[in-house]
Design a protein around this ligand. Structure first.
Ligand SMILES: C[S@@+](CC[C@H](N)C(=O)[O-])C[C@H]1O[C@@H](n2cnc3c(N)ncnc32)[C@H](O)[C@@H]1O
Length: 281
């Protein structure tokens, strides 16, 4: 019934890390397949809508590699949204400089996080810090700091200020092609459902693990499948490989394929790829 695909094979051409986030459930590993999907799309003046944007790696790659003309990213989490709002609305240089100046210790990290509610800038900065010092980059409320980290470097083991600066300033160069909406995935997809020059990359919080990873994880999965069924534009959706997701896909007569990946702990997993037509895969 399901054809299993392996992502660890020869189509793994280089995938540049373009996002300032390290993101739980991020889809950098799927980029080779996303390139394949987008190259298969016909038409001109293509827009990608990424309703559950998170790290934005899919939109960033699609725009940077001219696989679409522009992208709309939607994200509900206020902290993640603040980072995108600052970077895409003229604050990239400020954020990059603030990161370069920051002397990271457990105390300074805590202070920056405690100041998150002072302004959009402080929320964006606190979110970048949290994403770098929390275990697994998890931004859900209650996530804890890294303890020993890589090579016993503790809290600083994922703090690469020069790399973050470079990524943020690169995004600044293409910001005119990216529109960011802090809002609800369902509303934005519904509004665009009749347009046929749009493609959607739909990566919701997963059924099993979503709650542990994100502040907003409570999704009506059935409603999301019904909405995908009404979209005029093509979509690619990813899910954890669980019976409920397979049943929802089969109810809408969507095609599904299993795809192998290694998670951050190098454990092999399979995930579900869902679309109207997956013959390109
Ligand atoms: C699986 S993650 C997306 C990861 C992303 N594809 C990446 O590669 O980084 C799901 C994201 O959806 C966001 N989210 C949850 N509910 C949402 C909603 N109703 N509208 C928009 N975003 C939502 C979460 O905050 C989380 O960032």
């Amino acid at each position: 019934m399901f054809q299993k695909l392996d992502t660890q094979n020869s189509d793994q051409t280089r995938v540049p890390q373009r996002s300032p986030f390290r993101y739980a459930g991020g889809k950098t590993w799927l980029i080779p397949k996303i390139r394949q999907w987008l190259r298969h799309q016909g038409g001109t003046d293509k827009e990608m809508i990424e309703p559950f944007a998170g790290s934005g790696i899919v939109s960033l790659t699609a725009v940077c590699e001219n696989l679409v003309d522009r992208a709309t990213m939607v994200e509900k989490d206020e902290g993640v949204a603040a980072v995108w709002q600052i970077i895409l609305n003229g604050g990239a240089v400020w954020l990059a400089d603030a990161i370069m100046r920051f002397q990271l210790t457990p105390e300074t990290a805590k202070r920056a996080i405690d100041r998150a509610d002072e302004s959009l800038e402080s929320l964006a900065f606190a979110t970048i810090i949290k994403n770098r010092v929390n275990r697994g980059g998890i931004l859900a409320d209650g996530a804890s700091f890294i303890k020993n980290g890589e090579n016993g470097k503790g809290i600083t083991s994922r703090w690469y200020p020069a790399t973050l600066k470079k990524r943020i300033l690169t995004i600044d160069q293409i910001k005119h092609k990216i529109h960011f909406i802090q809002g609800d995935a369902f509303e934005v997809c519904e509004k665009n459902a009749c347009r046929n020059n749009v493609v959607y990359f739909i990566d919701p919080p997963y059924i099993k693990s979503g709650q542990r990873l994100y502040r907003y994880s409570d999704i009506d999965h059935k409603a999301l499948f019904d909405l995908a069924n009404r979209l005029q534009g093509d979509f690619l959706m990813t899910y954890d490989n669980v019976t409920e997701a397979q049943a929802l896909a089969s109810r809408c007569k969507f095609e599904t394929k299993l795809i192998a990946m290694k998670n951050t702990h190098h454990a092999r997993k399979t995930e579900l790829i869902i679309g109207k037509d997956l013959t390109w895969l």
